[in-house]
Write a protein that binds this ligand. Structure first.
Ligand SMILES: Cc1ncc(CN)c(N)n1
Length: 227
């Protein structure tokens, strides 16, 4: 895959975001997100998303644990582990938040059936658990997964958005400033790894990024009830 000319300021991630802007915009400006921002969201779509995302987040935890393990083994920067550990702590809060929020919305989490797109995404995460997958590839995917939610939900909180009051807390969960800073740190770690990576690893990381963007679009699509 082409694209190994490195951007001097924003690093490889910035270069890839420019190169794959259509894919990135597709994931971060999905019609479901636009409907939240416009205040026209169908609440049954929102509830469907919530149930499916709870399942996803549970599968996301072992993935993040595997990134932590790879950081411990492969990173030469001690602070990487602390950022990733902070991400795990945030996921612990996220699970508690989902349980509370779902009970407020009357979404029974115990019997949610994972839809095809969710299963595919979780299978993709599982494929990244392997010790054969380089830390650089895994941290790039991790950054992308978090960044899509951050960009999407922050967009719903921008001035001029008509996000319904009862959905603002959800948007705050990922759209808040400190989650933005955390994503920025992940991006920095990914860029540092990518800077030292071989062309082969660079190519795998770029493919992983594109897979994340595709899975995120499919994930949002589930909210419409498309299986
Ligand atoms: C599908 C998906 N992608 C990302 C996130 C953010 N942790 C999430 N909760 N769900």
């Amino acid at each position: 895959m082409e694209g190994s000319s490195k951007d001097t300021d924003g690093g490889m991630i910035q270069t890839w975001l420019k190169k794959h802007l259509v894919n990135y915009t597709g994931a971060t400006r999905h019609p479901f997100i636009l409907s939240i921002r416009e205040g026209t969201v169908d609440l049954s779509s929102f509830k469907r998303w919530m149930g499916q995302d709870y399942i996803f987040v549970r599968a996301f935890v072992p993935f993040v644990a595997s990134v932590l393990l790879k950081a411990w083994k492969e990173s030469d920067d001690h602070s990487d582990m602390e950022v990733i550990l902070g991400g795990m702590a945030a996921l612990n809060d996220e699970i508690t938040w989902f349980k509370n929020e779902a009970s407020k919305w009357g979404v029974p989490l115990s019997n949610v059936v994972p839809q095809r797109a969710n299963q595919d995404y979780c299978r993709f995460l599982e494929s990244l658990l392997s010790s054969e997958v380089e830390y650089t590839v895994a941290i790039t995917a991790f950054w992308a997964i978090e960044a899509v939610y951050q960009e999407s939900f922050a967009f719903c909180l921008e001035d001029g958005s008509k996000t319904p009051e009862e959905l603002k807390e959800t948007c705050q969960r990922w759209g808040n400033v400190s989650f933005g800073q955390y994503c920025h740190l992940l991006q920095k770690i990914a860029n540092q790894c990518l800077e030292k990576a071989s062309d082969d690893v660079l190519s795998k990381a770029e493919v992983a990024l594109l897979h994340v963007l595709e899975h995120e679009v499919e994930f949002w699509n589930m909210s419409h009830g498309e299986i």
